[in-house]
Write a protein that binds this ligand. Structure first.
Ligand SMILES: C[S@@+](CC[C@H](N)C(=O)[O-])C[C@H]1O[C@@H](n2cnc3c(N)ncnc32)[C@H](O)[C@@H]1O
Length: 265
């Protein structure tokens, strides 16, 4: 599903682009995942560690392992999260960390759609969970109300037909409630539930909105990096004209995620 053009290269540019929003989303997601205190957690595709931090702050875990194939992201996560219960390893789907007796909670934020095969990923997450453990994930609603990316890809497609192929709303068909529930049920999980979680993404002005797209980390910034400067300027102008504004010039958009969870047999 993900590919090299997604470019998970630098923790600081990821944080400026999307990490700041995943840090708002993560505590809301953690509070929706049922977990006993002193549980052992695994965060798959932990990136720069937003979800691990939220688990440490909100779920009173015994331990949290964050894993991600991107070494720069794991370095960032280690620097940011000094909680002694958290540890980070370079590892991805297909080679996930295991624990004797299984993890009580295996989770993943904003990453499932980037795994090469989400079915295999959910199957592996279930296998490394303890019997009765919880498997959960959340993904952005790319085709719907992840508005900052919807505005981006709609403007990109208006100027460049090739951008339609890269539109995350088209690419990530799994990021819909029915598809997520089917994925989890098909992966052998029971008591499957899915719910939306919405946050507000507020940008003080257009520069605040646009600058993070220039960091070349993630699908939309990687697309921007592939453009010539003339095309990049045209895209910025199109977006600046189409985005809604508050009277003070701020741009306030909704970012909706779908959260899904199930219990391992
Ligand atoms: C949008 S980022 C989300 C990061 C973090 N969970 C967050 O909420 O900010 C997607 C993450 O998926 C990771 N990823 C991509 N392919 C993966 C794989 N095969 N196994 C595990 N993680 C993967 C990327 O390295 C990246 O950190």
């Amino acid at each position: 599903m993900g590919d090299v053009t997604d470019g998970w290269l630098a923790g600081s540019t990821y944080d400026a682009f999307m990490g700041r929003w995943s840090r708002l989303l993560a505590p809301r997601f953690v509070s929706w995942v049922p977990a006993r205190v002193h549980a052992h957690w695994l965060d798959v595709g932990c990136g720069t560690g937003a979800l691990c931090e939220a688990i440490c702050c909100g779920a009173r875990p015994a331990s949290v392992i964050g894993c991600d194939p991107s070494e720069p992201f794991i370095d960032s996560a280690r620097q940011r999260c000094s909680d002694p219960r958290a540890s980070f390893v370079v590892a991805g789907v297909g080679d996930l960390p295991t624990r004797e007796g299984g993890f009580d909670s295996v989770t993943s934020a904003l990453a499932l759609n980037f795994f090469p095969n989400p079915e295999d990923a959910v199957d592996e997450m279930r296998r490394i969970a303890a019997t009765g453990g919880v498997v959960s994930a959340c993904v952005w609603d790319y085709g719907g109300r992840m508005e900052l990316l919807r505005h981006f890809w709609d403007s990109a497609a208006a100027l460049d037909p090739k951008a339609r192929e890269l539109d995350e709303g088209r690419r990530f068909q799994v990021c819909r409630p029915d598809a997520l529930e089917a994925l989890f049920r098909g992966g052998g999980l029971r008591e499957v539930a899915c719910q939306s979680i919405e946050i507000t993404t507020r940008f003080s002005d257009f520069a605040d909105f646009w600058r993070p797209f220039l960091g070349a980390t993630g699908p939309a910034p990687s697309y921007v990096a592939s453009l010539e400067s003339r095309q990049r300027d045209a895209l910025a102008e199109h977006l600046e004209r189409s985005l809604p504004r508050r009277p003070d010039g701020a741009i306030c958009l909704t970012a909706r995620a779908w959260a899904v969870r199930g219990v391992a047999r």
